[in-house]
Design a protein around this ligand. Structure first.
Ligand code: GDP
Ligand code: CA
Length: 320
């Protein structure tokens, strides 16, 4: 059985993971997804885990494909009530179905179940076809440093639409966080580790900031292959360019690959996929020790997304 581990953020990682699952539907494969939890927060007494929920909803097929996030058929009656009382953030609306997930999760956490246990319990409701693992059971929160002080990542991203210049990011708690149960074992026994085309700074960045995960990635026999979230010098969707700019990295497929670095030189990548339009960047990446290929990276159509997943696996097995 082929064992594959994916490192994932929210929406971008979810689309890639769904495509990978669907591409391998006829194969004996085990897919485990290590999901970023540094966007998580407490709000209105509830633990909100945006990236875990994006991946869960997408794999379960209950996501709102048109809007791009959240549950399909969502209503917002509870949030409207909370806003009347001034509870929570006025600029942050949670859907009613989504709130059901947060209440269920918080209930389990309050009973002493670790986040990883809550995730396996909550995802068991659907046949996801993959196993989700939070990167850690410890609380890690990304804070953004701005000229107006530091704030939770969600405030910067949602309220300020990433328009407030960021001076840097602080993954609070990441330094002392330990990988959730199963994460290190999954990476160690994997045949391939894939970095989804997720935000490199605030989605993949916090996962790599967990020391135990970084060590496992350095030690694994599996090739580590990433997919660029940047195509032709721009983010496909979202505002990841604001994150890259803040840390002094160009919004460019090669720059992101080089920022991850070659595993042979202390980085994390053996391989890197860039889009066809960025084919000219392949030699630079290769000379930095990262086996690179130019292939179509758009995941707009399901078949194109599955082809991308196959390309990532092909690059991984080429080295293996
Ligand atoms: P978030 O946590 O919901 O922001 O989602 P992720 O961090 O997992 O992914 C966001 C990133 O996905 C964005 O920065 C985009 O650059 C990338 N992305 C979205 N759609 C596509 C696509 O079709 N192709 C590629 N290559 N990247 C994409
Ligand atoms: Ca996220």
């Amino acid at each position: 059985m082929r064992e594959i581990v994916v490192l994932s953020g929210g929406v971008g990682g979810a689309r890639f993971t769904r495509a990978l699952r669907d591409a391998l539907v006829d194969e004996d494969a085990r897919i485990r997804v290590v999901v970023n939890t540094a966007d998580d927060m407490w709000m209105a007494g509830l633990r909100i885990c945006p990236d875990l929920d994006s991946v869960t909803y997408t794999l379960a097929g209950v996501n709102d494909e048109q809007r791009g996030w959240g549950r399909v058929g969502e209503t917002e009656r509870v949030s409207a009530e909370l806003h009347e009382w001034g509870i929570g953030w006025p600029w942050f609306t949670l859907g009613d179905l989504d709130l059901g997930m947060h209440i269920a999760r918080t209930s389990l956490l309050r009973d002493g179940v670790p986040l990883s246990g809550a995730v396996s319990r909550l995802t068991a409701r659907w046949d996801l076809g993959v196993e989700l693992l939070p990167m850690t059971d410890d609380e890690v929160e990304t804070h953004v440093l701005t000229d107006e002080g530091s704030m939770h990542f969600q405030e910067w991203w949602t309220r300020h639409r990433a328009q407030l210049p960021a001076r840097g990011f602080e993954m609070r708690g990441a330094g002392s966080a330990t990988p959730a149960p199963g994460v290190v074992e999954a990476i160690e026994s994997a045949d391939a580790v894939l970095l989804a085309p997720s935000n490199p700074i605030v989605s993949i960045g916090p996962i790599l900031a967990v020391e135990g995960i970084r060590q496992a990635l350095a030690a694994t026999r599996a090739p580590v292959v990433g997919v660029s979230p940047i195509i032709g010098g721009s983010v496909v969707r979202g505002m990841a360019d604001a994150c890259l700019t803040a840390v002094g990295t160009a919004t460019d497929a090669a720059a992101v690959g080089l920022r991850y670095g070659a595993r042979s030189a202390g980085g994390v990548l053996d391989g890197w996929l860039v889009d066809d339009v960025d084919a000219a960047e392949v030699p630079e990446l290769e000379s930095a020790g990262i086996a690179s290929r130019a292939v179509p990276l758009w995941m707009t159509e399901p078949e194109a997304a599955r082809a991308l997943a196959r390309d990532a696996l092909a690059l991984a097995s080429r080295r293996g």
